[in-house]
Design a protein. Structure first.
Length: 302
Protein backbone atom coordinates (compact mmCIF):
# COMPACT_ATOMS: atom_id res chain seq x y z
CA UNK A 1 0.00 0.00 0.00
CA UNK A 2 1.34 3.45 -0.88
CA UNK A 3 1.96 6.12 1.75
CA UNK A 4 -0.73 8.34 0.22
CA UNK A 5 -3.29 5.53 0.42
CA UNK A 6 -2.52 4.88 4.07
CA UNK A 7 -2.87 8.59 4.81
CA UNK A 8 -6.32 8.60 3.23
CA UNK A 9 -7.42 5.56 5.23
CA UNK A 10 -6.25 7.09 8.50
CA UNK A 11 -7.77 10.50 7.77
CA UNK A 12 -10.93 11.74 9.47
CA UNK A 13 -11.90 13.48 6.21
CA UNK A 14 -14.42 11.67 4.02
CA UNK A 15 -13.93 13.12 0.56
CA UNK A 16 -16.59 11.22 -1.40
CA UNK A 17 -18.31 14.52 -2.19
CA UNK A 18 -15.15 16.60 -2.68
CA UNK A 19 -14.41 18.26 -6.00
CA UNK A 20 -10.99 18.25 -7.62
CA UNK A 21 -8.63 21.22 -7.17
CA UNK A 22 -8.97 22.00 -10.89
CA UNK A 23 -12.74 22.20 -10.56
CA UNK A 24 -12.45 24.40 -7.46
CA UNK A 25 -10.13 26.89 -9.17
CA UNK A 26 -12.32 26.82 -12.25
CA UNK A 27 -15.34 27.85 -10.21
CA UNK A 28 -13.72 30.96 -8.71
CA UNK A 29 -11.92 31.92 -11.92
CA UNK A 30 -15.05 33.70 -13.11
CA UNK A 31 -15.07 37.47 -12.43
CA UNK A 32 -18.75 37.56 -11.40
CA UNK A 33 -18.21 34.78 -8.82
CA UNK A 34 -15.20 36.56 -7.37
CA UNK A 35 -17.31 39.71 -7.14
CA UNK A 36 -19.98 37.76 -5.25
CA UNK A 37 -17.39 36.57 -2.74
CA UNK A 38 -16.02 40.10 -2.35
CA UNK A 39 -19.55 41.46 -1.84
CA UNK A 40 -20.14 38.91 0.91
CA UNK A 41 -16.85 39.92 2.52
CA UNK A 42 -17.70 43.63 2.45
CA UNK A 43 -21.22 43.14 3.76
CA UNK A 44 -21.57 44.50 7.33
CA UNK A 45 -24.02 41.74 8.23
CA UNK A 46 -24.20 38.11 7.20
CA UNK A 47 -26.04 36.05 6.05
CA UNK A 48 -26.98 38.32 3.12
CA UNK A 49 -30.41 37.91 1.46
CA UNK A 50 -30.42 36.99 -2.24
CA UNK A 51 -31.82 40.34 -3.42
CA UNK A 52 -29.39 42.36 -1.29
CA UNK A 53 -26.40 40.31 -2.47
CA UNK A 54 -27.46 40.73 -6.12
CA UNK A 55 -27.76 44.49 -5.58
CA UNK A 56 -24.28 44.64 -4.07
CA UNK A 57 -22.79 42.68 -6.96
CA UNK A 58 -24.60 44.83 -9.53
CA UNK A 59 -26.10 42.08 -11.72
CA UNK A 60 -29.53 43.05 -13.08
CA UNK A 61 -30.37 39.66 -14.56
CA UNK A 62 -31.70 37.57 -11.65
CA UNK A 63 -31.36 34.27 -13.52
CA UNK A 64 -27.74 34.99 -14.49
CA UNK A 65 -26.88 35.97 -10.92
CA UNK A 66 -28.57 32.83 -9.55
CA UNK A 67 -26.53 30.70 -11.96
CA UNK A 68 -23.21 32.06 -10.72
CA UNK A 69 -24.30 31.94 -7.08
CA UNK A 70 -25.32 28.33 -7.58
CA UNK A 71 -21.81 27.48 -8.80
CA UNK A 72 -20.41 28.84 -5.53
CA UNK A 73 -22.91 27.08 -3.28
CA UNK A 74 -21.63 24.00 -1.51
CA UNK A 75 -17.88 24.61 -1.71
CA UNK A 76 -17.54 28.37 -1.20
CA UNK A 77 -20.83 29.73 0.14
CA UNK A 78 -23.73 28.21 2.05
CA UNK A 79 -27.41 29.01 1.95
CA UNK A 80 -29.32 29.58 5.19
CA UNK A 81 -32.89 30.62 5.97
CA UNK A 82 -31.66 34.23 6.24
CA UNK A 83 -29.57 34.31 3.07
CA UNK A 84 -26.02 33.47 2.03
CA UNK A 85 -22.80 33.23 4.01
CA UNK A 86 -19.23 32.03 3.57
CA UNK A 87 -17.87 28.58 3.91
CA UNK A 88 -14.24 28.46 4.97
CA UNK A 89 -12.99 27.98 1.38
CA UNK A 90 -14.78 31.13 0.26
CA UNK A 91 -13.15 33.19 2.99
CA UNK A 92 -9.76 31.76 2.06
CA UNK A 93 -10.21 32.86 -1.55
CA UNK A 94 -11.01 36.45 -0.53
CA UNK A 95 -8.17 36.54 2.00
CA UNK A 96 -5.74 35.33 -0.68
CA UNK A 97 -6.88 38.13 -2.98
CA UNK A 98 -6.54 40.73 -0.20
CA UNK A 99 -3.09 39.37 0.69
CA UNK A 100 -1.99 39.94 -2.90
CA UNK A 101 -0.90 36.32 -3.23
CA UNK A 102 -2.38 35.87 -6.70
CA UNK A 103 -1.98 39.26 -8.32
CA UNK A 104 0.80 41.29 -6.68
CA UNK A 105 4.60 41.05 -6.80
CA UNK A 106 6.02 44.18 -5.16
CA UNK A 107 9.71 44.85 -4.61
CA UNK A 108 11.12 47.11 -1.90
CA UNK A 109 14.69 48.41 -2.06
CA UNK A 110 16.87 48.01 1.01
CA UNK A 111 16.01 50.13 4.05
CA UNK A 112 17.54 50.26 7.57
CA UNK A 113 16.54 47.61 10.13
CA UNK A 114 17.14 47.87 13.90
CA UNK A 115 20.04 45.98 15.43
CA UNK A 116 23.59 45.11 14.47
CA UNK A 117 25.18 42.12 12.80
CA UNK A 118 25.99 39.17 15.07
CA UNK A 119 29.01 38.38 12.91
CA UNK A 120 30.74 41.73 12.32
CA UNK A 121 28.72 44.33 14.22
CA UNK A 122 27.72 46.12 11.01
CA UNK A 123 24.39 47.78 10.30
CA UNK A 124 21.36 45.72 9.32
CA UNK A 125 19.06 46.37 6.38
CA UNK A 126 15.83 44.85 5.12
CA UNK A 127 14.61 44.29 1.58
CA UNK A 128 11.52 42.68 0.04
CA UNK A 129 11.14 40.63 -3.13
CA UNK A 130 9.60 37.36 -4.31
CA UNK A 131 7.12 37.69 -1.44
CA UNK A 132 9.91 37.33 1.12
CA UNK A 133 11.42 39.81 3.53
CA UNK A 134 15.13 39.48 4.24
CA UNK A 135 17.16 41.14 6.98
CA UNK A 136 20.90 41.01 6.45
CA UNK A 137 24.12 42.83 7.25
CA UNK A 138 24.89 45.76 4.96
CA UNK A 139 28.62 45.08 5.39
CA UNK A 140 29.16 41.30 5.38
CA UNK A 141 25.75 40.18 3.97
CA UNK A 142 25.12 37.76 6.85
CA UNK A 143 21.40 36.80 6.76
CA UNK A 144 19.55 37.27 10.06
CA UNK A 145 16.00 36.66 8.84
CA UNK A 146 14.48 35.39 5.59
CA UNK A 147 10.78 34.54 5.60
CA UNK A 148 7.67 34.77 3.46
CA UNK A 149 5.45 37.79 4.01
CA UNK A 150 2.25 38.37 1.98
CA UNK A 151 2.34 41.37 -0.38
CA UNK A 152 -0.89 42.71 1.14
CA UNK A 153 0.96 43.16 4.42
CA UNK A 154 2.96 46.02 2.91
CA UNK A 155 -0.16 48.09 2.29
CA UNK A 156 -0.48 51.14 4.55
CA UNK A 157 2.54 50.29 6.72
CA UNK A 158 5.63 52.35 7.37
CA UNK A 159 8.99 50.54 7.28
CA UNK A 160 8.98 50.43 11.10
CA UNK A 161 5.46 48.98 11.23
CA UNK A 162 6.33 46.47 8.50
CA UNK A 163 9.32 45.14 10.46
CA UNK A 164 7.23 44.90 13.63
CA UNK A 165 4.52 42.94 11.79
CA UNK A 166 7.16 40.71 10.21
CA UNK A 167 8.69 39.97 13.62
CA UNK A 168 5.34 38.98 15.13
CA UNK A 169 4.29 36.92 12.12
CA UNK A 170 7.51 34.89 12.06
CA UNK A 171 7.27 34.18 15.79
CA UNK A 172 3.66 33.00 15.64
CA UNK A 173 3.95 30.91 12.48
CA UNK A 174 7.09 29.11 13.65
CA UNK A 175 5.55 28.54 17.07
CA UNK A 176 2.51 26.95 15.40
CA UNK A 177 4.67 24.80 13.14
CA UNK A 178 6.84 23.71 16.09
CA UNK A 179 3.65 22.61 17.87
CA UNK A 180 2.86 20.29 14.96
CA UNK A 181 0.23 22.39 13.16
CA UNK A 182 0.80 23.64 9.62
CA UNK A 183 0.19 27.42 9.36
CA UNK A 184 -1.01 26.97 5.77
CA UNK A 185 -3.39 24.02 5.75
CA UNK A 186 -3.72 22.89 9.37
CA UNK A 187 -2.02 19.58 8.57
CA UNK A 188 0.59 17.83 10.68
CA UNK A 189 4.11 19.24 10.70
CA UNK A 190 7.31 17.44 11.62
CA UNK A 191 10.41 19.07 13.11
CA UNK A 192 13.95 18.11 12.15
CA UNK A 193 17.41 19.46 12.93
CA UNK A 194 20.11 19.46 10.28
CA UNK A 195 23.50 20.90 9.44
CA UNK A 196 22.09 22.69 6.39
CA UNK A 197 23.56 26.20 6.50
CA UNK A 198 21.11 27.83 4.07
CA UNK A 199 19.88 30.50 4.29
CA UNK A 200 21.29 31.59 7.67
CA UNK A 201 24.89 30.36 7.52
CA UNK A 202 24.44 28.61 10.88
CA UNK A 203 25.92 25.37 12.17
CA UNK A 204 22.48 23.87 12.77
CA UNK A 205 19.02 24.91 11.57
CA UNK A 206 15.47 23.72 12.22
CA UNK A 207 13.11 22.65 9.46
CA UNK A 208 9.36 22.36 10.00
CA UNK A 209 7.65 20.45 7.17
CA UNK A 210 3.99 19.66 6.56
CA UNK A 211 3.17 16.12 5.43
CA UNK A 212 -0.01 17.29 3.73
CA UNK A 213 0.78 20.44 1.73
CA UNK A 214 4.63 20.36 1.78
CA UNK A 215 4.80 23.71 3.60
CA UNK A 216 8.35 24.21 4.85
CA UNK A 217 9.86 26.72 7.22
CA UNK A 218 13.56 26.91 8.09
CA UNK A 219 14.72 28.82 11.15
CA UNK A 220 17.54 29.15 13.69
CA UNK A 221 17.28 26.85 16.72
CA UNK A 222 16.95 29.75 19.17
CA UNK A 223 13.73 31.00 17.60
CA UNK A 224 11.67 28.34 19.38
CA UNK A 225 12.96 29.58 22.76
CA UNK A 226 11.23 32.94 22.38
CA UNK A 227 8.05 31.21 23.54
CA UNK A 228 9.64 28.99 26.21
CA UNK A 229 8.60 29.76 29.79
CA UNK A 230 12.05 29.16 31.35
CA UNK A 231 13.67 31.60 28.92
CA UNK A 232 10.90 34.19 29.29
CA UNK A 233 11.12 34.04 33.07
CA UNK A 234 14.92 34.34 33.10
CA UNK A 235 15.00 37.34 30.78
CA UNK A 236 11.95 39.21 32.07
CA UNK A 237 13.22 38.97 35.68
CA UNK A 238 16.35 40.76 34.45
CA UNK A 239 14.49 43.52 32.66
CA UNK A 240 14.75 42.15 29.14
CA UNK A 241 11.75 42.79 26.89
CA UNK A 242 11.50 39.57 24.87
CA UNK A 243 8.18 40.33 23.18
CA UNK A 244 9.05 43.93 22.29
CA UNK A 245 12.49 43.16 20.84
CA UNK A 246 12.73 41.87 17.25
CA UNK A 247 13.92 38.28 17.21
CA UNK A 248 16.91 39.05 14.98
CA UNK A 249 18.37 41.29 17.72
CA UNK A 250 18.96 38.34 20.05
CA UNK A 251 22.43 36.85 19.36
CA UNK A 252 21.35 33.52 20.89
CA UNK A 253 18.57 33.31 18.27
CA UNK A 254 20.45 34.18 15.09
CA UNK A 255 24.10 33.60 16.05
CA UNK A 256 26.25 30.49 16.35
CA UNK A 257 28.38 31.47 19.35
CA UNK A 258 25.61 30.72 21.86
CA UNK A 259 24.88 27.27 20.42
CA UNK A 260 26.71 24.03 21.19
CA UNK A 261 25.96 20.68 19.57
CA UNK A 262 26.34 18.10 22.33
CA UNK A 263 25.41 15.11 20.17
CA UNK A 264 23.62 14.22 16.94
CA UNK A 265 22.41 10.68 17.70
CA UNK A 266 20.29 11.60 19.47
CA UNK A 267 20.28 15.33 18.95
CA UNK A 268 21.18 17.37 22.01
CA UNK A 269 21.80 21.09 21.64
CA UNK A 270 22.68 23.67 24.27
CA UNK A 271 21.83 27.33 23.91
CA UNK A 272 23.46 29.92 26.18
CA UNK A 273 21.49 33.08 26.92
CA UNK A 274 23.44 35.89 28.59
CA UNK A 275 21.88 38.54 30.84
CA UNK A 276 23.86 40.75 33.22
CA UNK A 277 26.36 38.59 35.14
CA UNK A 278 24.58 35.31 34.54
CA UNK A 279 23.59 33.10 31.67
CA UNK A 280 20.85 30.54 31.24
CA UNK A 281 21.93 27.30 29.60
CA UNK A 282 19.04 25.45 27.94
CA UNK A 283 19.40 21.94 26.52
CA UNK A 284 17.07 20.83 23.73
CA UNK A 285 16.38 17.44 22.16
CA UNK A 286 15.66 16.70 18.50
CA UNK A 287 12.02 17.77 18.87
CA UNK A 288 13.16 21.10 20.35
CA UNK A 289 11.76 20.18 23.75
CA UNK A 290 13.67 21.54 26.75
CA UNK A 291 15.23 18.60 28.60
CA UNK A 292 17.39 20.58 31.02
CA UNK A 293 18.20 24.16 32.04
CA UNK A 294 20.46 25.88 34.54
CA UNK A 295 21.42 29.43 35.50
CA UNK A 296 25.17 29.90 35.85
CA UNK A 297 27.40 32.88 36.64
CA UNK A 298 29.36 34.36 33.75
CA UNK A 299 33.07 33.93 34.37
CA UNK A 300 34.91 37.17 33.79
CA UNK A 301 38.57 37.21 32.81
CA UNK A 302 40.41 39.58 35.17
Amino acid sequence: MSDSASVREDSVLDCDDCISPAEAFGIVADETRLTILEALWESPDRPVPFSELRRRVGVDDSARFNYHLGKLRGQFVRKTDEGYDFRHAGEKVVRAVLAGTFNEDPVLPAFPAPGSCVACGGSLEADYGDEKLTISCADCARVHAHEEFPPGGLEGRSSEALLSAFDQRVRHLHCLAADGVCPECGGTTSTALSRDADPFDLEVVVTHRCAQCAYEAVSPVGLVLLDESTVLGFLSSRGRDVCGTPFWRFPWVVGDEALTVVSEEPWRIRVRIDADDEHLVVELDGDLSVVDSAVEPIERIS
